[in-house]
Design a protein around this ligand. Structure first.
Ligand SMILES: Nc1nc2c(c(=O)[nH]1)N[C@H]1C(S)=C(S)[C@@H](COP(=O)(O)O)O[C@H]1N2
Ligand SMILES: [Mo]
Length: 257
């Protein structure tokens, strides 16, 4: 009811059509949608309305949390699952002991946090459903500090409007994966920097050592293999300027579900 576009189609119906259309084209993975220009134009036109409607009607509503009995036996990995960049291989070889999460940009106190420090922070655990734009879902239990708490430690400056997540993997051998969200999503109580999945360290396939969880948006927003976070006023000067790896290739920036 909350997410109808100009044609009266629900977002889910749109995504189902997209998946069907992509399947008919014989494309695979997230690449499917980037090749369907008509659909992307449609989503693009609808996204402002979609975001406004979701924010107005649902506000800061929490994503549904599930009982442990519903955790999927395997959390299906997608996109990069075994990054081959020198940057990532170097950290992985030492079990991320010399890895740091750098938090900078429009903050009063830039932070450089080790994995041990992040693991020692107060954490939230939540069992949520992950929805990929391709049309599949998995349920998993995530644990990690609430992003809003970490940002409070860094002291976000008032002119900051977006949080940009920098990743260590490349899907095309050239561009590092990245993502961005606004301050509303960044301060949502279920937005986590997750270090654990189902009670264990996040596996490499799912984004070790640290990945974003931004519940109530689609899977591609949830950047894996994090190593940097920057607070910015705008993102038009970062890579393709659209706020994310897939956004630069045509996906909608606001991926509310
Ligand atoms: N760094 C990085 N983050 C990423 C991706 C990726 O390829 N690289 N893929 C995205 C997509 S499309 C999805 S559906 C989820 C998959 O998360 P999972 O591998 O834990 O299932 O991660 C998202 N975050
Ligand atoms: Mo995805």
């Amino acid at each position: 009811m909350s997410e109808r576009n100009e044609d009266g189609l629900s977002r889910r119906a749109l995504l189902q059509r997209a998946a069907l259309g992509a399947a008919a084209l014989g494309l695979s993975g997230c690449d499917r949608l980037s090749q369907n220009d008509a659909l992307l134009n449609l989503l693009g036109g609808a996204q402002a309305l979609n975001m406004t409607a979701q924010r107005l009607l649902a506000g800061d509503a929490l994503a549904i949390e599930y009982p442990a009995s519903m955790i999927s036996p395997v959390f299906r990995p997608n996109g990069s699952t075994d990054p081959q960049t020198d940057l990532y291989r170097g950290y992985l070889a030492n079990d991320f002991t010399d890895w740091r999460l750098e938090i900078g940009g429009l903050v009063d106190n830039p932070l450089s946090l080790s994995l041990a420090e992040i693991r020692a922070m107060p954490a939230r655990t939540q069992i949520t459903r992950h929805d990929c734009v391709e049309g599949w879902s998995v349920i998993g239990q995530w644990t990690g500090p609430v992003l809003g708490d970490v940002l409070a430690r860094a002291g976000v400056q008032p002119q900051a409007r977006y949080v940009v997540f920098h990743c260590m993997d490349q899907l095309n051998g050239r561009n590092f994966y990245y993502e961005s969200i606004d301050m509303v999503a960044a301060r949502h109580p279920q937005t986590l920097l997750a270090h654990s999945l189902n009670g264990e360290a996040v596996p490499v396939a799912n984004g070790a050592p640290l990945r974003l969880r931004v519940e109530r948006q689609l899977g591609y927003k949830m950047a894996k293999y994090l190593h940097g976070i920057t607070l910015v006023e705008h993102f038009d000067d970062i890579q393709g300027g659209k706020g994310g790896y897939w956004e630069d290739r045509g996906y909608t920036w606001y991926a509310g579900i």
